[in-house]
Ligand binder design. Sequence first.
Ligand code: G3I
Length: 384
Amino acid sequence: MSSFQPVLSRRQALTLGATAATLAAVPALAAPTSLAALARDKGLYFGSAVGAGPVGSLTGSFEDAAYRKILADECGVLVPENELKWYVVRAAGPQSFAFERADRIAAFAKANGQALRGHTLLWHHPQWFPAWIKTYDFGAGPARTANAQAMLVQHIDTVCKRYPQMISWDVVNETVDPADGAIRRTVFSDILGQHETLDLAFHTARAAAPKARLVYNDYMSWEVGNEKHRYGVLKLLEGFRKRGTPVDALGVQSHIGAENADSFTGFGRPQEKEWRAFVDEATGMGYDLLITEFDVHDKGLPYDFAPRDAAVAAYAKGYLDLMLSYRQTKEVLAWGMVDKYSWLQNQWLREDKKPKRPTLYDDAYQPKPLREAVAAALRAAPVR
Ligand code: G3I
């Protein structure tokens, strides 16, 4: 992930407080409209990632009844946060598939009339495969290629067919190296070739999940230092089009936050121009957009909750307004709905070592200004 570190002066935070106070001043309805309903009105999906917890111990956010209620009330779509990754599904070895954890999330979604989206069929980065694959013997000569192809195809085919209800799939995740924009090397690409590996993944997914929107998902952002990442992603998307690879959408992860006060005072001069140019290029090639992993990193913001939450909400509103102004944006997924379960709690600690507040609900399960900012952005979005 990018190592952005938001910094905001107290004065700037207070100024932003006024902006978010305006957002928060929208009168509460007696029965608040869910984010799922607000999104649906605009032809969009709103939802969240959720983790099922380790098999057996049944711990984790999914075992928390109050959390499940928020998910059921607010979300029209759920995505398993880790449960469909190779290192979970294929943990036990090359012959096994473990679906118990993802099945639990799928059952919950079905019981609540929610859609499901898949993350991810091929996190094409050496770190995120199960350990056994590093020493797996693919054989030699032509058999080596055939065996690598067979393993990749079997994985994608099996996982897709297990969950035919998926509305979209992150087929390939984070394969562009932000350092130079190049495609990462993995066991598969070393044997099959880089484009060949990615193309095979998408073709296999199209055949096994013909109804799902197929997505390339990555975390490039508008920030200074992301130029090579954005360029690499556009080059990849262009290549997919030239080769006729069946890719429908770009997943923009949207782990937003800011490196400097200028960014936090509104999205986001001067980088907004850069970002629009990037999004225009992607949509110009015919790709839809998905906001796949939305949260707001508040690492550098002052401790006080009111100005901190206000800054987060105002920044998010600007970002979401921009993204939703593109009718190509079809889904908005939060990467968790309650602060204490956010992956950001374990990364890049705040200087004061206090918990972060990057999601829509606080640890007492109360909605924060960020929740209202998301609602306001959905209300303001054009119908698609
Ligand atoms: O389940 C084990 C638990 O048994 C063990 O005690 C604990 C100790 O470390 O680890 C737990 O597993 C962790 C797992 O999250 C569940 O909490 C892993 O170590 C940890 O690496 C894993 O992190 C996940 C990360 O992806 C790597 O897969 C985060 O939850 C998840 O939010 C994050 O999501 C990614 C997206 O998939 C792709 N885009 C970026 C995003 C954020 O990094």
